[in-house]
Every structure is written in C-alpha cells, then in structure tokens.
Design a binder for this molecule. Structure first.
Ligand SMILES: Nc1ncnc2c1ncn2[C@@H]1O[C@H](COP(=O)(O)OP(=O)(O)O)[C@@H](O)[C@H]1O
Ligand SMILES: [Mg+2]
Length: 254
C-alpha cells in the first residue's frame, strides 16, 4: 500500500528539501518511507541527508542502460533515501521519462513516497512529480510572490488530477496571520504547519542531517512533526499506483 506525495513550490529556496526530509523522518516512525530527490537539475537532498559522497545517485539510474534504483537507494535516518547528483552533464544525460519507471518501482515497495520537486514548471522533468503524485504539499514563504507562485503549482496539480495535501508556511518571522488568512482562502487543503525561521534548520543542513535528527526539540522540528501528523497517508494499492506512474503521459509544461 502506498501514497505518493510531491513537495513543491513556485520558487527555489522556500524549503522544499528541508520539508521533504522532515516529513519523511516524522512519518518514518509509523510508515515505511522513501524520499526521492526528483529535483534532478538542482539536486540538494544529498546534502540534507549526509549523502554528499555517495557513488551512485538517481542520475546514474536515469541514463540509458542506467543502474537499478536499488543501487541509488540508501538507508538513512529510518528512511530509504534516493539522492540525486549535482553534475550538469549528468543532468543533461538523464532522461526524465525514465523517472516514471523509477517512481513506479519504488512505489511497489514502500508505504509513503515523497518526491522533492523542482521549483519551476518549465520543463518535462520539473512538472513530473506534481503530475505523478497523489497529493502535493505546497511549501510557501509568507510573502505575496511566494504565495502567487504556489497558486500556480496548485492550479497545475489540480489540472492533472493531483490533490493538494495542504500548505506549509516556512521561514516565518513574527506575526503573519494576515497573510496566512488570505492564503487559506485560495489554497485547497489545510495549513499543515507554520515553521519559524530557525538557525537550527541551517545548522542541520550544514551538519548533513535532517532537522529532526539534528535538533528534534526545536519549535521548527515540532512544526514539521505537526505537519506530518496532519497528512494521514492513505492506502492506495501499490500495483495500481505503480501502473499509473508507468503509463502517465508527461504533459508539455504550461
Ligand atoms: N525554517 C527555516 N529557517 C531557517 N532556514 C531555513 C528554513 N527552511 C529552510 N531554510 C534554509 O533555506 C535554504 C533553502 O532550503 P531548502 O530546503 O534547500 O529549499 P528548496 O529545496 O526549496 O530550494 C537552506 O539553506 C535551508 O537551510
Ligand atoms: Mg531543494
């Protein structure tokens, strides 16, 4: 049984990767969780999960006659983690269409699959996670440009039949109730959490550890646990989900 989530936002730097790793670790208490760096052009999950030096990554899986995905899957912090490399040449050699099969293979063998998604919606590889996911977690910073970009992600996701799991407000300083209230009118799904701006998040990344491992007692870590608690992953038949991924038509980007 599996449910696939994409963690997405309109812009880079909002906290998608931080959120992917934090939700993954929080859910790993109760579920068999796999997180995938599907941001194949700007990969950085490897730095958040202590995998900067590994030999085989998703890039090696996505090339012609590539490695099996098991070779790029690492057990870290109670999760299965599929990192992606950072070389531009490898990104260019990687075939985004293959990502469908990779995701399908992973879906057959996990309870919760979380795809860390690219920031933009301007290429086939960047829209794929949103199209494939059952539900999308939209990561927002409490600013009008971020919310407006997040709405584009939502519109795109809904147009391909993906649901919105909810929104995570990240890097929040001070009182943003007004902004949140406005945003809640436009986004489907609940506000999953409000995560404060926190030095611990940066420190965790520098240490190559998920926030929930590095500083589990901080308010930011608590906020991500709250978000995970609100997700309630659903039981989708693994074979049906895998088949949907394998046969998905990747649309032309908007
Ligand atoms: N709540 C937060 N407080 C402080 N820094 C944060 C917070 N969330 C993310 N960051 C920092 O912002 C940067 C971008 O975060 P990241 O998760 O890599 O974003 P994205 O994947 O959306 O590009 C990282 O250096 C990260 O440590
Ligand atoms: Mg990222």
């Amino acid at each position: 049984m599996v449910e696939a989530f994409a963690v997405a936002s309109g812009k880079g730097g909002t906290g998608k990767t931080t959120t992917t790793v934090a939700l993954g670790m929080a859910l790993a208490d109760r579920y068999d969780v796999t997180i995938v760096d599907a941001d194949t052009g700007m990969a950085n999950l490897l730095f958040h999960a202590g995998l900067a030096d590994v030999e085989t990554t998703l890039h090696d899986v996505l090339i012609e006659d590539g490695a099996p995905v098991e070779d790029a899957t690492y057990d870290r912090f109670g999760m299965s983690v599929v990192p992606c490399g950072t070389s531009l040449a490898a990104f260019e050699a990687a075939d985004p269409d293959r990502l469908r099969d990779v995701v399908a293979a992973l879906a057959a063998d996990t309870d919760v699959l979380i795809l860390d998604s690219p920031a933009t919606l301007n290429s086939k590889s960047s829209v794929l996670p949103i199209v494939l996911a059952d539900r999308v977690v939209v990561v927002l910073n409490p600013t009008i440009p971020s919310i407006s970009d997040g709405l584009k992600v939502q519109e795109y996701a809904l147009s391909y039949g993906s649901e919105i799991a909810g929104t995570v407000f990240n890097r929040v300083r001070g009182d943003v109730d007004g902004v949140k209230e406005k945003a809640e009118r436009y986004f489907e799904g609940p506000t999953l959490a409000t995560v404060p701006e926190s030095d611990a998040v940066q420190a965790a990344r520098s240490a190559g550890e998920p926030l929930l491992a590095h500083a589990p007692e901080t308010p930011a870590a608590g906020a991500f646990r709250t978000a995970a608690g609100r997700l309630s992953p659903r039981n989708r038949d693994s074979e049906t989900v895998a088949e949907r991924f394998r046969t998905a038509v990747i649309p032309d980007p908007p």
